[in-house]
Write a protein that binds this ligand. Structure first.
Ligand SMILES: O=P(O)(O)OC[C@H]1O[C@H](O[C@H]2O[C@H](CO)[C@@H](O)[C@H](O)[C@H]2O)[C@H](O)[C@@H](O)[C@@H]1O
Length: 286
């Protein structure tokens, strides 16, 4: 008869670096001083054509619901506006996520489950200027089918639904960067998107603030796209300085391979991240 292994002893995708293993051990040894921070799109939520149709993988949110009471802090750190992440995430009716924080628009916005309140500063005026100029720019490039996502503090050009998304993104890159620059903004590339936004905020700064606020000594961060690299850089620098232990998880995709070689642990898409979170909950005994 086949032996059934108790879930708490089940193997999990293991970190491939000493630093990653040490961070995971530190999370398990002292969960009250651990921070689990996760990106939204492509990490918790599988990528879809229409950003309004994105949803967190149901097993991922269920695993976070288990993990939430065990850890010092669970946070979502996303390019989405906090209210959008809240609406699409299915986080708010989960008792285990009653201390969840969402850092939105790369840390410019914040929502805390404990208060139910969102801190949403007014957007830079330059965003409205850029939005008003984009339709003409897209028409001039023959790319009028590029979808615009208006997020208040940022505007995102989506190429995923075009016949040749990569070629459209390549043609857009220069003109959109010039338009952004002329308004004191940045144009940042992502998975079939170019996002025009205020470059003074990023996920690295957001994570540093969160570590300082929570006093976390061990951090797990999971992301999939270029917008997550500042979080990686911040955590690598904090762990090199001995300030925290950090486990960098890459949610791998054929579209964006940049995070995998910088990570301590790679999983194959949001489905496998959901598996990993379930095993983390098992290992924590949550
Ligand atoms: O920081 P994130 O949570 O990863 O948000 C970054 C951007 O993600 C969204 O775009 C991505 O997901 C879409 C829905 O799956 C997909 O269609 C698109 O191709 C992806 O790049 C979102 O729409 C943006 O606003 C975020 O900035």
């Amino acid at each position: 008869m086949m032996a059934i292994m108790p879930s708490s002893e089940a193997p999990q995708p293991a970190p491939t670096t000493d630093a990653g293993r040490a961070a995971l051990d530190a999370v398990v040894a002292d969960p009250a001083r651990a921070l689990l921070a996760l990106d939204f799109d492509g990490t918790l939520a599988p990528i879809v054509d229409d950003p309004e149709q994105a949803a967190v993988h149901p097993r991922a949110v269920a695993a976070l619901d288990r993990i939430g009471p065990c850890l010092g802090k669970v946070a979502v750190v996303t390019g989405r506006p906090v209210l959008t992440a809240l609406r699409l995430g299915g986080f708010d009716d989960r008792p285990g996520l009653s201390r969840l924080s969402i850092l939105g628009q790369y840390g410019a916005e914040r929502w805390d489950a404990q208060t139910g309140e969102a801190d949403i500063p007014p957007p830079p005026a330059a965003i409205a200027e850029v939005e008003s100029r984009l339709p003409r720019l897209l028409d001039d490039l023959g790319l009028g089918d590029v979808a615009l996502e208006k997020k208040g503090r940022a505007v995102v050009l989506h190429t995923r639904r075009l016949a040749d998304p990569a070629e459209a993104q390549r043609r857009l890159a220069g003109p959109v960067a010039a338009l952004a620059r002329s308004h004191g903004l940045a144009a940042e590339q992502g998975r079939n998107v170019i996002e025009v936004r205020d470059p003074s905020v990023d996920k690295g700064r957001a994570l540093r603030d969160l570590v300082a606020q929570t006093g976390a000594t061990a951090v797990v961060y999971a992301g999939d796209d270029l917008g997550d690299l500042p979080a990686y850089v911040a955590l690598q620098s904090m762990r090199a300085a001995g300030e925290v232990r950090a486990l960098l998880v890459a949610v791998a995709s054929a579209e964006q391979p940049a995070l995998v070689p910088r990570s301590d642990l790679a999983v194959d898409g949001p489905e496998e991240l959901a598996d990993w979170l379930e095993r983390l909950a098992d290992r924590l005994g949550c």
